[in-house]
Design a protein around this ligand. Structure first.
Ligand code: ZN
Length: 470
């Protein structure tokens, strides 16, 4: 599916210029499954355009610290993934966009302005107004904040852009080109001002992940394409369940890990992904059939993460853990791919949010008790008993869920998953399925662990008493 729209703006902004009526055209293209910033009506991102050396300034709004600096918008590099915060610029979660100014250094004949973005869902589309100025108008303000109409201080509105599709959340790659097909010159400008809005306010994550902004100079060099990735691609593909599921394994960022991954990780994925899908069904749900597993060097302290059907693996951590925790961590991430709880909230604004401790606890229950029970990696012992709270997340919640499976309801994980995926998780369900409130089941589990640990303690005090009594 691809949506294209043409908007005309600016035609009536020049009151007395019948011989040079600007006809600004905005080409918009959306590639839901795009991965290479290849569009039909929008040129590929460039790395030698006039924006490359321009000065970018945040005029209003706040950068999200999880994302890159303004430099990522004109470094001639595009992200290689739909969820690559470090390679994207976006405004802080919960805020409504902001304003960015570009100073090209001098007035140039601007041929075209292009913007590119990429995300899995609502942070992909672009909503902004583009203003431009040569900086010579009386009362020109180079940095008008929100609340000041740029038209009142020497700017001209060039285009209004809104790439949100009518249906769906717009996930994928978006490319926008603003140009004047008739004259070939958009205008003579030194400054550009992007007045950027968020795409939605249903949750805090409506600010677009912008990948790159290009400004093409009529008199500049022929554009050369921006680069993506870390070098020669190191990729292998494989299938599972007789071709029903397809995987790409990418080790471009860590070629030394490919052999280990192909030998050790691939069979685990081939065996376990279909198992997880079968284990966690819900009505009408189809789990992702195309997945990617990618080594990355930019995950900081996070061992692995998941976004949609993409599993990111921290190269450094996997190198250290390949004989220990690496395979289990991928099973955990594959559970997240199958869970897919974000979809309920995207489809239904009234969907309930499943608490994070439960989402992680389910993934760790499956990992530690079904995938690798022999490692006993999620036991409650004397050492961690004090921290044993049902909502302590990860392994501890995993242990709690295992106990509930054994003592109350063998189907509880399947049922919790279906409720969470359909956006109808509620604490009340625990009562329905176990006859007790969630805190009561939690207490029961904790007590059972205390009793077991106490029973196993050597009865030193008892023996002493017996000895002294003799
Ligand atoms: Zn997790």
């Amino acid at each position: 599916m691809s949506t294209r729209r043409l908007l005309i703006a600016g035609a009536f902004l020049l009151p007395f210029a019948p011989l040079s009526i600007a006809e600004v055209r905005v080409s918009v293209e959306h590639r839901p499954d795009g991965s290479a910033f290849e569009f039909k009506s929008v040129p590929a991102p460039a790395n030698n355009d006039a924006a490359t050396k321009a000065e970018f300034t945040l005029v209003d709004g706040e950068r999200d610290r999880n994302g890159g600096q303004l430099a990522v918008l004109h470094d001639g590099r595009v992200p290689t993934d739909e969820d690559e915060p470090a390679e994207s610029y976006f405004f802080r979660a919960g805020t409504d966009g902001g304003r960015l100014q570009i100073d090209l250094g001098s007035v140039i004949a601007v041929k075209q302005v292009s913007t590119y973005s990429w995300h899995a869902n609502t942070r992909a589309p672009q909503v902004y107004r583009l203003h431009a100025a040569d900086g010579t108008a009386n009362g020109f303000s180079a940095a008008p904040r929100k609340g000041t109409d740029p038209a009142s201080c020497g700017w001209k509105l060039v285009a209004s852009v809104d790439t949100r599709p009518k249906d769906g959340d717009g996930g994928g790659q978006h490319g926008v080109a603003v140009f004047d097909p008739a004259s070939g010159v958009l205008g003579h400008y030194r400054y550009l001002l992007f007045d950027i809005l968020r795409t939605e306010d249903r949750d805090a994550f409506g600010n677009t992940f912008y990948s790159e902004i290009d400004v093409i100079d009529v008199n500049g060099p022929a554009p050369t394409a921006a680069t993506a990735g870390d070098g020669e691609p190191v990729v292998r593909s494989f299938e599972a369940a007789g071709g029903k599921y397809r995987f790409t394994l990418e080790a471009t960022a860590a070629p030394d890990l490919m052999e280990w991954a192909d030998t050790n990780l691939r069979p685990v994925v081939q065996e376990w992904y279909p198992k997880l899908v079968a284990m966690l069904p819900s009505e009408g749900f189809q789990a992702a059939t195309n997945l990617s597993l990618r080594f990355r060097n930019d995950l900081g302290g996070t061992p692995a993460s998941t976004s949609g059907g993409r599993v990111n693996m921290n190269s450094g951590w996997f190198r250290r853990e390949r004989e220990r925790e690496a395979l289990g961590s991928v099973v955990h991430e594959l559970v997240h791919v199958v869970q897919n709880y974000g979809r309920a909230r995207r489809a239904n604004p009234n969907a309930t949010r499943t608490p994070g401790w439960l989402v992680e606890g389910m993934a760790d229950y499956i990992r530690w008790f079904l995938y690798e029970p022999e490692t006993k990696g999620a036991e409650i012992t004397e050492r961690n008993l004090a921290r044993a709270k049902y909502d302590a997340s990860y392994r501890i919640t995993g242990n709690f869920l295992n106990w509930v499976v054994q003592n109350h309801d063998q189907e509880i994980v399947r049922k919790l998953n279906a409720a969470a995926r359909e956006g109808r998780y509620a604490e009340q369900l625990w009562r329905e399925w176990t006859g007790k409130t969630l805190p009561e089941v939690g207490e029961e589990w904790k007590k059972a662990n205390e009793d077991r640990i106490n029973a196993a303690r050597p009865k030193v005090d008892q023996e002493k008493t017996d000895v002294s009594a003799k």
